[in-house]
Every structure is written in structure tokens, then in C-alpha cells.
Ligand binder design. Structure first.
Ligand code: GLU
Length: 444
């Protein structure tokens, strides 16, 4: 099935009869079907929790919409001398608790609504883990795999130039997200620093270690996710050895989550990428899977049973970890999920409708705004180290990260127990309380 702009499912057979132009026009829905666009998804959840916790309607109104959303064109010279025009965005959602903070994604499915939703989730995420930032997010509508390295560099530099007037260490601090990495941050810092006439390391995080990056930033989202898994296991009395885990997505986040989970004795029985799922009920050899992915471009060449791409979602496991894109768990597949716990390592992987189905089945969904907050937390450490000019060893970074993740998990569980909220509602409630307090103090 392919998902069209009009929210219509088109079968492969229908697709075969369509003209090429029609096929090309269909933007690939990234994770799967959603009945609402990502912004509507984000707002639906936010408004429901605001009501539940009795948040003043005026405060909600002030918090909800992004402070500003910048849309711009990026003109990039191709290697053959021609020019391509891309569309870029930066959404600055809220800076009541600190500078806007959040990644930049390069993906063909990027939309303004998606970037806005992601920026709202960043505001919540930074509040959930108590780091002094607001929320922002950026994106470019592009398939970076179709660019040469030189074209990718020119696109990255063009993006930095476009947002230069609105970013800075105390304004807005971008970082990597889907399809962006430390090298892209290095190009952006270089471009931004040239414009500023001074080196400005703390304007971007997720940089290479050699130019102001933090130890452990690359692994941080996965590392923080496994800290959450440990907290979850402790709280619900699961023994790691007997806890089976399936991970959807084997990019930076999924692969590091798998690596740390396996190292800590969890049974990672399945991982997937866009080409398929690899499954071994006895537990996969994650080192081998990582090596296979690196060498062959997919996990599917590793030893284990080869299953279809989406089969990873419906396996009989204890913990399911969506670590790919929005909408992966949706109305069409939520019923088939057998896991007892979902740890959201992607942003927005469970649609509002799907979550209702999961909750009815008794599945506990640990929300993205907590589960994947390890990345932005180590981004915060990187920003602090840049400003101090004093760098910490990896063990110190991970120890500090673990403390923050465990505390945020405990705060969420306290709200779940006290108010009978779901995990997502509890995390949102904690975040909204902190954001609302900061917003209120600024009002006259
Ligand atoms: N893109 C990551 C996220 O969604 C990291 C953001 C950051 O480090 O600022 O949390």
C-alpha cells in the first residue's frame, strides 16, 4: 500500500495502472497512514492533557502555536552546473524555558505541519527531562541520498545561511535529526561562523568530536532509551534476560538502542530496516547485525530468519521499539501488536487512534518526549561544554545522562500513580506544568 496526499490508500495493482506523473505526485507517507496530519496529532494530544490537568485556557493558547515558522527557498548548484531549488523550514515553537532547540531533517516527506509538530514535541521533551531549552525544529524537502557529497555540503551551507539571522547559542540551537549527522553540523557551523566573523561552536550540537562535539552524542538517543528501558524493567519487575525486544528501524537511534540493550542482557530478537526484518527468537547477534548493515546497507543479510519489513511490529515480544518515523503504529496495524510495552524512540511513531487501540489492549506506551530525550540531553551537555571550553569523558556524559533519564521516568510514573494518567499524559502533564510556570512568570 502507498499513502497518498489525500489520505487514500492505493494498492500496488492500482499503482501499476497509473501514469508515471501521477505516481510521482504521491508523496510517500513516511511511517504509515494517519487520519490526521502530524500537527493535528500533536495538538490533539496536547489539548486533551491540558484539559485533564486543568491548564488555564489562556496559557494553553499562548503555548500551543509556534512562536514563528520560517519557510524559505534554498538554491543549490548541482555538480553538472544546473540549479535546484529546495524548500526549507525552521519552526521556533516556544522559548519560555530557554533557547529554541531541535534538529534539522532532510527528507522528501518533510512538510510545514510536520516541522511544527516536531518543534512542539521538542518544547515538551526539553521540559520532560528538565533541560533549559524551548523547542524548535527544521527541515528540508529533499531526498539526500540523491545528492552527491558536494551537493549535500552546498545544501547544508545554504540552510545555515537561510536560518543564520534567527539562530545562535542563546536564540536557537539546531542539531541533527533524520538523515543529518555530525558532518552536516560541521558544514553548518563553518558557514555560520564565517557569516558571524567568529567561531560559534555552541550554535549547533551534534558536531564531530574534533570540532567541539561531545563524547557520547552520537550514541546518546539510543543510550538514553536503554536507560528508560532499565527504569521500565525495574518498575515493572522485568528481568532483562527474559525480556524480548523488537526494534523497527536501524538508523542511528535503532542501532545504538539495539547495541546497548544487547550489552545489558536484553534479548533483542528482531530488528528491521526498509528492506525487511531479521528475526531470531533466541536473540540476534547485534554486533553482527551492525557489521552487516554497515557493509551491505541492510540488516537483512545478517543471520536469522528473514521476515517482511512490517512483520517486526506484530511479533510476540515484550517490548516493541519503533525507531523509524511518524505514524509507524497506526489504525491499520495497532490491533496486531502483541508487545506489552512500546518504547517510542522515533518522534510521533504512534498515531492518536492507534494509541487508543493499544491502551484498550493494555499496552503501556512510553512516549517519545521521554524515551528519545537522551539525544537532546547530551546536546545540552555539548552546549554546556562548548560554553565552558571544558570537555568531559564519555563515562561522565553517560552517568549524567542516566541520572536525568531515570529522574524523568520516576516523575512520569509518579504522575501515572497519582492521577491514573497514561504514560504519555503523565509526561505531557509534567512538561506542561513546567512550561506554563515559565510562561506565566513572563506575563504582566
Ligand atoms: N533530533 C533530535 C530529537 O528529535 C535531537 C535534537 C537536539 O539534539 O537538539 O530529539
Amino acid at each position: 500500500m502507498i499513502y497518498s496526499k489525500l489520505q487514500v490508500l492505493i494498492s500496488i495493482d492500482e499503482l501499476a495502472t497509473m501514469k508515471v506523473e501521477e505516481v510521482i505526485k504521491i508523496p510517500k507517507r513516511k511511517g504509515g497512514p494517519m487520519s490526521l496530519n502530524p500537527w493535528q496529532e500533536a495538538v490533539t494530544n496536547l489539548e486533551a492533557v491540558a484539559k485533564q490537568i486543568g491548564l488555564d485556557e489562556n496559557l494553553l493558547k499562548i503555548i500551543e502555536k509556534p512562536d514563528r515558522v520560517l519557510e524559505f527557498k534554498l538554491v543549490v548548484k548541482k555538480d553538472d552546473g544546473s540549479y535546484t531549488v529546495f524548500t526549507g523550514f525552521r519552526s521556533q515553537h516556544n522559548n519560555a524555558r530557554g533557547p529554541y532547540k531541535g534538529g534539522i531533517r532532510f527528507h522528501p516527506g518533510v512538510t510545514k505541519e510536520e516541522v511544527m509538530a516536531l518543534s512542539l514535541w521538542m518544547t515538551l521533551k526539553c521540559a520532560v527531562v528538565g533541560i533549559p531549552y524551548g523547542g524548535g525544529k527544521g527541515g528540508v524537502i529533499v531526498d539526500p541520498h540523491k545528492l552527491s557529497p558536494a551537493e549535500l555540503e552546498r545544501l547544508s551551507r545554504a540552510y545555515a545561511r537561510a536560518v543564520a539571522p534567527i539562530i545562535g547559542p542563546d536564540k536557537d540551537v539546531p542539531a541533527p535529526d533524520v538523515n543529518t549527522n555530525a558532518q552536516i553540523m560541521a558544514w553548518m557551523v563553518d558557514e555560520y561562523s564565517h557569516l558571524k566573523g567568529e567561531l560559534s561552536l555552541a550554535t549547533f550540537t551534534g558536531k564531530p568530536i574534533e570540532m567541539g562535539g561531545s563524547q557520547g552524542r552520537t550514541e546518546a538517543t539510543g543510550r538514553g532509551g536503554v536507560d528508560v528501558l532499565n527504569s521500565l524493567a525495574k518498575y515493572y519487575k522485568l528481568s532483562p534476560k527474559e525480556t524480548t525486544v523488537a526494534i523497527q528501524g536501524f538508523g542511528n537511534v535503532g542501532s545504538w538502542f539495539a547495541t546497548f540493550a544487547a550489552q545489558e542482557g536484553y534479548k533483542v530478537v528482531a530488528v528491521s530496516d526498509s528492506r525487511g526484518t531479521i528475526y531470531n527468537p533466541q536473540g540476534l547477534d547485534i554486533e553482527e547485525v551492525v557489521k552487516t548493515k554497515k557493509e551491505k546497507g541492510s540488516v537483512t543479510g545478517a543471520s536469522g530468519e528473514k521476515l517482511g519489513r512490517d512483520d517486526v511490529l506484530s511479533l510476540d515480544v515484550d517490548v516493541l521499539v519503533p525507531a523509524a518515523l511518524e505514524g509507524a503504529i497506526n489504525e491499520t496495524n495497532a490491533e496486531g501488536i502483541k508487545a506489552k510495552y512500546v518504547i517510542e524512540m522515533a518522534n510521533g511513531p504512534t498515531t492518536v487512534e492507534a494509541e487508543k487501540i493499544l491502551l484498550k489492549k493494555g499496552v503501556k506506551v512510553i512516549p517519545d518526549v521521554l524515551a528519545n530525550a537522551g539525544g537532546v540531553t547530551v546536546s545540552y551537555f555539548e552546549w554546556v561544554q562548548n560554553r565552558q571550553g571544558y570537555y568531559w569523558p564519555k563515562a561522565e556524559v553517560f552517568a549524567k545522562l542516566e541520572k536525568i533519564m531515570a529522574q524523568a521516568f520516576d516523575e512520569m510514573m509518579a504522575k501515572v500513580e497519582e492521577k491514573g494518567l497514561t504514560h504519555r499524559q503523565a509526561a505531557y502533564a509534567n512538561a506542561l506544568t513546567k512550561i506554563a510556570a515559565a510562561v506565566k512568570q513572563r506575563l504582566s
